[in-house]
Design a protein around this ligand. Structure first.
Ligand SMILES: Nc1ncnc2c1ncn2[C@@H]1O[C@H](COP(=O)(O)OP(=O)(O)OP(=O)(O)O)[C@@H](O)[C@H]1O
Ligand SMILES: [Mg+2]
Length: 353
């Protein structure tokens, strides 16, 4: 069994050491270095050859995605918010600290990792094992619940008794969380995020136009044309492969097509938000009516998502200006500000279960 304890970091070690904060996003990996700021912010992906050697990491590897020969594998090691490919994730972290972070390969360091709340103990433990086994001189590893980090990053006073609702729509997942007094009251991780919307667009173009387009092209259509409550004007010309004749072709994807493709999944997210609201204790519900719902994560950039949320939940929807940065900004504050240190906990493996 794994238990987590709240121990202020500075008290344990007696002096301040450089610490790193890591947001292992499904799509993007961000690393914050104490007193230095964000020192790494690239796609969470690596390219390896047949011999298992790394040939590229981060944005360089992402440029190869969907274009590599059979002898090279390009993969995202995090899926649905958890470590899906442990050895590749370990290799990627090792490579980043060795090559991309100045001083990253030296000295003992504390690590603060943001992890989803609604995952199993085994999945949580994997984050700890990852850092401890990645040969990056981890002294102590702290876990911060992702929604707590996002809320702190968005400037909310999570230690206050006022209940807060946060919806983080990232790449593979949407995490819906109710928190109060620095803790999580309810949290639900659902497997709908930006990647699912990209797949919806690919499928829709295939069905209606008989053209296969790539994930990157679908993502381009989404970022340029997605709107949560109607099809917007405009179109994007995308290169794809005609399913009938099998040859390369160009297809126009319109705002209406994107809306039709993604509307069902966006409504599924809204339904999940409503279920959580129904399960929320009444005292906290009344706080949420006053405060509204906070939206973070890259998908909160979708136009009109605030209006859809307000229409479906009858609550005010609030944005964080840099929605993808909320988690890493929160980790940075938890590392730097002693009065927030209790929001991090260290995982301890016990011998009984
Ligand atoms: N302007 C935009 N419009 C629509 N979607 C966007 C926009 N900008 C980014 N996104 C989407 O946001 C998603 C990435 O969000 P984010 O960076 O929060 O994910 P992550 O932290 O890597 O993933 P997760 O938190 O799920 O593990 C991608 O699917 C991306 O396409
Ligand atoms: Mg994220």
């Amino acid at each position: 069994m794994i238990i987590s304890t709240h121990q202020p970091r500075k008290e344990i070690i007696g002096l301040a050491l450089r610490a790193y904060g890591i947001d292992l996003g499904t799509r993007v990996l961000k690393i914050y270095k104490e007193k230095n700021g964000v020192v790494y912010d690239q796609k969470n992906i690596l390219a390896i050859n047949d011999n298992g050697e790394i040939i590229a990491v981060g944005d360089e590897a992402f440029d190869m995605y969907e274009k590599v020969p059979k002898s090279i594998t390009v993969s995202f090691p995090i899926k649905n918010g958890v470590i899906a490919d442990f050895s590749n994730m370990q290799a990627l972290i090792q490579e980043i600290f060795r090559k991309h972070i100045k001083g990253g390969a030296r000295g003992n360091k504390d690590f603060f990792i943001a992890v989803p709340t609604d995952i199993t103990d085994v999945e949580k433990r994997a984050f700890l094992d990852l850092i401890e086994s990645a040969k990056i001189h981890a002294k102590k590893v702290y876990i911060v619940e992702k929604p707590i980090a996002a809320a702190v990053g968005a400037g909310l006073d999570v230690k206050h008794p006022n209940g807060v609702m946060l919806v983080d729509m990232g790449a593979d997942t949407t995490e819906i969380t109710i928190m109060s007094l620095g803790g999580i009251v309810i949290s639900k991780l659902i497997q709908i995020g930006g990647t699912k919307l990209d797949e919806d667009i690919m499928l829709y173009v295939k069905k209606t136009k008989n053209v296969i387009i790539g994930m990157k092209s679908a993502e381009e259509c989404k970022t340029k044309l997605a709107c949560a409550n109607q099809g917007i004007e405009g179109k994007v010309s995308i290169k794809g492969r005609d399913l009938v004749v099998g040859l390369p072709t160009i297809v126009d994807v319109t705002g209406d097509m994107v809306y039709e493709a993604i509307r069902e999944d966006l409504h599924a997210v809204m339904d999940a938000v409503k279920v959580i609201l129904e399960r929320t204790p009444p005292e906290i519900s009344s706080d949420i009516i006053d405060n509204g719902v906070y939206l973070t994560g890259g998908c909160s950039r979708i136009r009109g998502i605030d209006q859809l949320m307000s229409k479906e939940t009858e609550l005010k929807a609030r944005f964080y200006e840099q929605p993808e940065e909320a988690v890493i900004t929160g980790l940075a504050r938890i590392i730097e500000e002693p009065d927030l240190s209790e929001l991090a906990s260290s995982l301890i493996q016990t011998n009984y279960n």
